[in-house]
Design a protein around this ligand. Structure first.
Ligand SMILES: [Zn+2]
Length: 248
């Protein structure tokens, strides 16, 4: 299933950048955003994941994120997450560099043990002050309406995720672009490659000469431009890749 020349290229890599998307989490039982029966098919994105929706009905949005946190808390990282931990260990032991850029907000990569993780869409675990941007976690102060507010400035707290119409966190995005530019192998895993600017990272890597390995059960907008497309779920393909590298 894994092309031999893709393994050869990985074996000689000094720098690997990986972009993961919802498909990786789906194998843990976290619903994906863009499947026909996924989350956004049942709820309006603009009501639940935009500043306008939050301003219009903050309690509904907070309830929704509380539900999503509960869903994520109840699942475990899967074989794909674990293989990415092993891939990071494999290349760092050879003095190479590894950057895991994820569009997922569920923290499953970190729970599995991945270390160098860039969350381009933020995460579900933290809250952020909508006024002073301070990150909050856990205990919260409530206002008269029972809504959580910032203990520093009194501004309303919101989930620390990137909503529709919002920019990606600047530092995280800059680091992601650097990793894509510096990579000799770029892996696009479990992502539909339709959400920009994250989808552009593979093209950035390719324009700098990186080989592109796509792991996704179906073809995507990126597939015509990749070096190798491995048509399998990440939980199946990634353990095979890591086992082959570790055996070499
Ligand atoms: Zn604040």
């Amino acid at each position: 299933m894994i092309p031999a020349d893709a393994l050869t290229r990985l074996k000689s890599a000094r720098s690997i950048a990986v972009l993961t998307g919802a498909g990786v989490s789906a194998e843990s039982g976290v619903a994906t955003f863009r499947d026909p029966d996924g989350i956004w098919a049942r709820f309006s994105p603009t009501e639940l994941a935009s500043m306008d929706g939050f301003m219009a009905n903050p309690q509904r949005v907070l309830d929704w994120y509380a539900h999503r946190r509960a869903v994520v808390d109840a699942v475990e990282p899967n074989a794909g997450h674990t293989a990415l931990v092993a891939l990071e260990r494999w290349i760092t032991q050879r003095d190479g560099t590894f950057t895991l850029i994820t569009q997922n907000v569920d923290r499953l990569h970190q729970r599995a043990g991945s270390r160098n993780v860039l969350e381009v869409h933020g995460n579900l675990v933290e809250d952020r002050c909508s006024v002073c941007e301070e990150i909050h976690k856990g205990e919260q102060q409530l206002d008269a309406a029972g809504l959580p507010v910032c203990t520093t400035c009194g501004g309303r707290l919101r989930p620390n995720v990137v909503w529709f119409g919002e920019d990606l966190p600047r530092d995280v995005w800059d680091a992601s672009e650097r990793a894509a530019r510096d990579a000799d192998v770029f892996m696009s895993i479990g992502t539909s490659s339709v959400v920009w600017p994250a989808a552009g990272l593979a093209h950035t890597a390719r324009s700098r000469g990186a080989a592109i390995i796509e792991v996704n059960p179906t073809s995507t907008d990126l597939t015509p431009d990749v070096t190798w497309h491995i048509a399998a779920p990440s939980g199946t393909a990634l353990p095979l890749i890591v086992a082959a590298l570790e055996a070499a």
